[in-house]
Design a protein around this ligand. Structure first.
Ligand code: OAD
Length: 241
């Protein structure tokens, strides 16, 4: 089987750029009920609060830059695809740091930079309308409130068919900066491991879904990922015996 690498990233990869993760001290969900800000029910019941929460996070993107981990993954993608080796980057992150670093990322949980109309399905890329108190009107149908194009709890992630295809071909897999709490993404590691893929994991502490056969590299992504990318490039391009 030809070698193919799939990389799954989570909030930890952007932590070194200054963006908060979700769980743990100082995380987005600390002291907050997920149901109050990240569900379609919350949006229907209290769109002003949900909008405020996401407007702050959209505005925060203006103040941050990709870090060395994003850059290393973008460079790995260029080098592997240049060598004709399969590579897919799937991210749970809704920030745009992979994209700004030059990666082609499949944003399975949506993107902060996108707004979407629930009535006419129009989607716009807009990081200029950042007032936390002012909703954005849909220019397509006049609906008074575009929603953040984020996959909320209870909704179906984007790109699942494409992700499944990539996972089914994958011989090498790395899960970087994710706590392994949120499915279906948390299940990818076990699925590819069971199918015989070689697996690497980076995060600060061992994630929920870690197994003994995974190569676990604890530490900050900015320190660990550039070196891991070099090791993966060597592994993926090593002549077959
Ligand atoms: P979490 O906040 O659950 O987990 C972050 C992970 O990153 C943890 O395993 C940390 O140890 C690790 N971490 C923190 N700082 C790091 C650093 N500097 N370098 C490397 N690792 C670091 O975030 P996710 O797993 O991404 O969904 O969360 C998954 C989903 O849950 C999110 O996409 C979001 C959330 O609810 C939606 O909003 C739909």
């Amino acid at each position: 089987m030809p070698r193919t690498l799939v990389v799954l990233t989570g909030a930890g990869i952007s932590a070194d750029s200054g963006l908060a993760t979700f769980r743990g001290d100082g995380g987005h969900w600390e002291g907050r009920r997920v149901e109050d800000v990240a569900t379609p029910e919350a949006w229907r019941a209290d769109p002003d609060s949900v909008w405020r929460f996401y407007q702050l996070r959209r505005a925060a993107l203006k103040a941050v830059e990709p870090n060395g981990a994003h850059d290393a993954l973008a460079s790995l993608e260029r080098r592997l695809t240049g060598a004709g080796i399969g590579f897919s980057l799937v991210t749970q992150n809704v920030d745009d740091l992979h994209d700004r670093a030059g990666s082609t990322a499949l944003h399975m949980h949506g993107e902060l930079a996108l707004l979407r109309c629930e009535i006419c399905a129009r989607r716009v890329r807009d990081l200029d309308s950042l007032d936390a108190e002012v909703h954005v009107v849909c220019e397509g149908c006049g609906h008074p409130r575009l929603r953040p194009d984020i996959v909320w709890f209870g909704e179906t992630p984007y790109g699942l068919r494409e992700i499944e295809r990539a996972l089914s071909r994958c011989t090498h897999f790395a899960a970087l900066g994710t706590s392994g709490n949120v499915y279906p993404a948390a299940g990818f590691l076990a699925a590819v491991r069971a199918a015989g893929a070689k697996t690497w994991v980076n995060s600060l502490e061992a994630p929920e879904n870690l197994a003994r056969t995974d190569t676990f590299l604890p530490g900050r992504a900015i320190d660990v990922v550039p070196e891991l990318c070099e090791a993966l490039f060597a592994e993926m391009t090593r002549p077959a015996r």
